[in-house]
Design a protein around this ligand. Structure first.
Ligand code: ZN
Length: 272
């Protein structure tokens, strides 16, 4: 049996090394067994939403006769904290399965790949509506203990993919961890009608060092995997605006970028 120094040398020098080994297992082995994203989506006959397939203000699917002004009959009269939503598609079928796999497994590569796809969807909209600006990506913050339990920040994995994809499209992009989240009840454990209040009190802008010049005259894009009631995204975008105002920064806009949007506001999840 190995003890003390012998054990440490066997695992290569303590916890740091062990963590490295685990990380390698995670990226090389677990990611290897995660089926690649695009063949899966293609096999399922999935295509990203074409422009006009969803409402740019609330992200719900657009049907004939639903459009009203800049939005639709579902969001008329509402004033969301974002100017625009970009989504890949509805939260169903293969896209929903992939989003769940990213959330509940540790497949960083799958999250990264989905993020790149989100960038491909967002890039033409950025070029058309905010040409020449850089993009600051702000991940919707995860609860710290849930992060410890899951061992992976899936929203950050998406952000990394989005950043890579935007850069590939010639758009400058960076990631800023500007939002914090206090512990509280899961969004799933409260009624849909109470989710806005529940989450609104818990997401907050972090200190000035987490904002800074990158935000000035650039486009802020808040990234999440799924939007259901929109309460989490609303709280996040509002907290971004609060931070900008506090630090005297003027962004070109605050947008919401999600992989998927549920079609019912009381859908099965926003933030389990
Ligand atoms: Zn709408």
């Amino acid at each position: 049996m190995l003890r003390g120094a012998a054990l440490r040398s066997a695992v290569g020098g303590g916890g740091g090394r062990l963590a490295q080994v685990w990380r390698a297992v995670e990226t090389d082995w677990l990611d290897l067994v995660a089926p690649p994203l695009e063949p899966r989506l293609a096999a399922a006959g999935w295509m990203p939403d074409p422009p006009g397939a969803y409402c740019p203000r609330c992200g719900l699917s657009m049907f004939d006769g639903r459009a009203i002004g800049e939005g639709c009959d579902q969001c008329e009269g509402r004033r969301p904290a974002w100017q625009r939503v970009v989504r890949l598609g509805e939260y169903r079928g293969e896209l929903a399965r992939i989003v769940r796999e990213i959330k509940f497994s540790r497949w960083r590569a799958l999250g990264f790949a989905l993020g790149r796809l989100m960038a491909a969807q967002a890039a033409p909209v950025v070029v058309a509506l905010a040409p020449g600006t850089r993009v600051v990506l702000v991940p919707v913050p995860m609860n710290r203990w849930r992060l410890m339990v899951r061992g992976m920040d899936h929203t950050l994995a998406l952000c990394r993919g989005v950043r890579a994809g935007l850069r590939q499209a010639g758009i400058g992009a960076s990631i800023a961890h500007s939002l914090g989240r206090r512990h509280g009840p899961s969004q799933l454990s409260v009624l849909p009608s109470e989710r806005a209040g529940n989450i609104g009190r818990r997401i907050f802008p972090r200190g000035p060092r987490r904002f800074g010049k990158d935000f000035d005259r650039n486009l802020v894009v808040v990234v999440d995997d799924v939007m259901t009631t929109g309460a989490t995204m609303q709280a996040s975008c509002r907290a971004v605006r609060e931070g900008l105002k506090r630090d005297g920064l003027e962004a070109v806009g605050v947008w919401a970028l999600v992989a998927a949007r549920t079609e019912r506001a009381d859908g099965d999840r926003d933030d389990p």
